[in-house]
Design a protein around this ligand. Structure first.
Ligand code: ATP
Ligand code: ZN
Length: 296
């Protein structure tokens, strides 16, 4: 891998569940990723950074060693690395709101779950041995952890272990293998990480710029602009209901004394339930608009 000392290096998954969403986040942050056919790296045309396409399991190591200053990886993979190699080697900058999954214990459908205590002396098969061992220790359970690199769902049938711990999103894979989830060990999503190795000032400054751009995307992702009309007595209740809104703008409605238009930027998701509640306290003509860009 040719490493250009003047440019930042961002490690992203080469191909897998996080690849497209990682690229999309960077593209939304305004980074133009050159579509070269070079499968290991891609140049960013309008920012002094290059992408490095690697296996997700290698991302924490690359970032910890400073080979890549930044990376995007699942918390599950990062936690496994951190338990083995030390929490302090990578810094988590921000959760990214995609790649959600849960690491769960599962047993055969016909089996009976007696809680963590029932695991004493048992074997648990998993691709995340450090995370599982840590969880077992916190439960005060002495069980043997068997590491498998894939096909963990087959462990009970193969007689390797009666219990598995694997990533689950819908549960369909478990079901297809005659297993049921019984306990959550870790909730995970993709996170932006940065090396703790000291950086040359120019690279540190580029990193800050990258971080601000990504923050800008994350900040507007769920944000909406809400407009509604309301009588003055409803204003306190409406202001309380608006999710994550700073001071709303309140304007008198022409020709309707005692009635106002309320405009607000809501930084959290706006659900139908919230709109119903707003209506319930007196709001009418409610409009919810997407926000494309926001400069605080
Ligand atoms: P690689 O070839 O990079 O090692 P992989 O097979 O280990 O790929 P993927 O299956 O592509 O990894 O998953 C990458 C990450 O996506 C996981 O580590 C996890 O953080 C996240 N993820 C989200 N949903 C799921 C899911 N249902 N199953 C597995 N991983 C999931
Ligand atoms: Zn992997």
């Amino acid at each position: 891998m040719l490493v250009d000392a003047e440019r930042l290096h961002i490690a992203v998954q080469k191909s897998g569940r996080l690849s497209d969403l990682s690229r999309k986040l960077l593209a939304d942050a305004g980074l133009r990723i050159a579509n070269g056919k070079n499968a290991l790296t891609a140049r960013i045309e309008n920012f002094p950074a290059d992408l490095m396409f690697v296996r997700d399991d290698d991302i924490p190591t690359f970032v910890a060693d400073g080979v890549c200053e930044w990376g995007i990886v699942g918390e599950n993979v990062l936690k496994e690395f951190a338990l083995d190699e030390g929490e302090e080697r990578c810094e988590v900058v921000a959760p990214l709101g995609f790649g959600h999954c849960t690491l769960k214990l599962a047993i055969p459908e016909a089996g009976e779950w007696r809680g963590a205590d029932g695991l004493h002396g048992q074997r648990v098969a998993t691709s995340y041995p450090a995370v599982v061992a840590d969880w077992l220790a916190r439960q005060g359970v002495a069980a043997e952890v068997v590491k498998m690199n894939g096909a963990v769902e087959l462990a009970p049938r193969l007689g390797i272990a009666p219990v598995i711990c694997d990533l689950v999103s819908t549960g369909a894979t478990l079901e297809a293998n005659g297993l049921k989830a019984v306990e959550t060990v870790l909730e995970s999503e993709a996170v932006l990480i940065r090396t703790r190795k000291p950086l040359a000032p120019v690279k540190a400054e580029q990193g800050e710029r990258l971080c601000k751009r990504i923050d800008g995307v994350l900040g507007t992702r769920d944000a909406k602009y809400i407009m509604l009309n309301a009588p003055s007595e409803a204003l306190p209740a409406i202001t309380r209901l608006l999710p994550g809104a700073e001071a709303p703008t309140v304007l008198p409605l022409h020709g309707r004394p005692g009635h106002f238009a309320v405009h607000a930027v809501c930084r959290e998701s706006v659900f139908w339930e919230t709109l119903q509640e707003l209506k319930g306290v007196g709001a009418s003509a409610i409009l919810v608009l997407p926000i494309e860009k926001m400069l605080p």
